[in-house]
Unconditional design. Structure first.
Lengths: 124, 212
């Protein structure tokens, strides 16, 4: 993001095949990551409790691959606005998802405690 | 970036180097692309809320069927392949637009549409089978959240298919004029973003769901 030199945008016929190669590379990497996800779900070779975390990591990696190879996200100077907006979006997504899970888990724990207390006289 | 340039110009005044003057305001192509990028991010934030709802309610099955009884990995794998391939052909479509090749554009658009329609047909078939077995959105909080999240993505794919058909008609009637090319640029952003959301969907909902 800190690169200061301006590269002239080449609009040449020669650019065609190189773009084609970017999409194809992205497709191949995405297929490999997807196949790994399906394999990890069904294998008995891996430590079972760690598999959901592994799936999450593979999903995030594949989203990154899609962003770079399909949506052409770069760290170049002409992409700073897009990258900043994306960073803000990721922050909001993280706060919504992690915040909801945290608050609801906390509420559930409190509710269980409350139920235990109110039921206490019934047991005696 | 252009605002920064303008401020800089205001400070330096007449002695400003000519490179900043030549830059001028951003082209419409860049502005439209950036605005659509902001819309996509807001759409992703909406999906994040649905994901959060699903993650909170995933165990609230109310004695009804859970994910491991409902989801078929084969269907999900075929759906994933369809959507990933359509994302790739959508990329090839935007290359054809860049090179102003009409035949290539129509070819890529038809394949993208067919793969997207296959995805939607598979998903609707999956929904119909679940509902036929009594797993309706009313059955449990888990199923309500599932249908809201996956159904919302399916709705986006449906809208994308209508949009693609409209774009093909616009290219046929108006040709590759600048406004049409800008819309096609937005369309490819939209379609790639849908595939990104599907990656999260099949990982979190389906693959984590089929594991007992």
């Amino acid at each position: 993001m800190s690169a200061t030199h301006h590269q002239p945008a080449p609009v040449l016929a020669q650019e065609g095949p190189s773009h084609w190669l970017i999409y194809t590379t992205g497709l191949l990497v995405a297929v490999i990551l997807t196949a790994t996800s399906f394999w990890a779900t069904n294998t008995s070779l891996l430590w079972a409790p760690g598999i959901p975390l592994g799936l999450a990591v593979l999903a995030i990696a594949q989203m990154g691959v899609h962003l770079v190879f399909f949506l052409h996200m770069t760290s170049g100077p002409d992409n700073t606005n897009h990258a900043l907006a994306l960073a803000f979006g990721v922050l909001v997504v993280f706060m919504v998802v992690a915040g909801s899970l945290w608050i609801m888990a906390d509420l559930n724990a409190s509710m269980m405690l409350a139920t235990k207390h109110t039921n206490m006289p019934m047991h005696h | 970036m252009n605002i920064a340039t303008a401020v800089e110009l205001g400070h330096i005044g007449q002695e400003a180097p000519s490179s900043a003057v030549k830059a001028g305001p951003a082209s419409k192509e860049i502005l439209v692309g950036y605005g659509f990028w902001i819309f996509l991010l807001s759409d992703i934030v909406m999906f994040a809320a649905l994901f959060a709802g699903y993650a909170v309610l995933v165990h609230a099955t109310a004695g009804g069927p859970a994910g491991d009884q409902l989801f078929s990995q084969l269907t999900v794998a075929v759906e994933t392949a369809c959507l990933l391939a359509s994302s790739y052909t959508c990329g090839l479509m935007s290359l054809a637009v860049g090179a102003r090749r009409r035949a290539g554009f129509y070819f890529a658009a038809v394949i993208t549409f067919a793969l997207g329609a296959a995805f939607l047909a598979l998903e609707l078939g999956e929904f119909a089978e679940m509902i036929a077995h009594g797993a309706t959105p009313q059955r449990s909080a888990f199923l309500s959240a599932f249908f809201a999240l996956v159904g919302c993505h399916g709705l986006h794919v449906g809208i994308g298919l209508v949009w693609l058909a409209v774009m093909v008609a616009q290219v046929a009637i108006k040709g590759f004029r600048p406004s049409v090319v800008r819309r096609l640029q937005c369309y490819s952003l939209f379609w790639h973003a849908l595939d990104i959301i599907w990656v999260a969907l099949f990982s979190i909902v389906y693959l984590m769901g089929v594991r007992p």
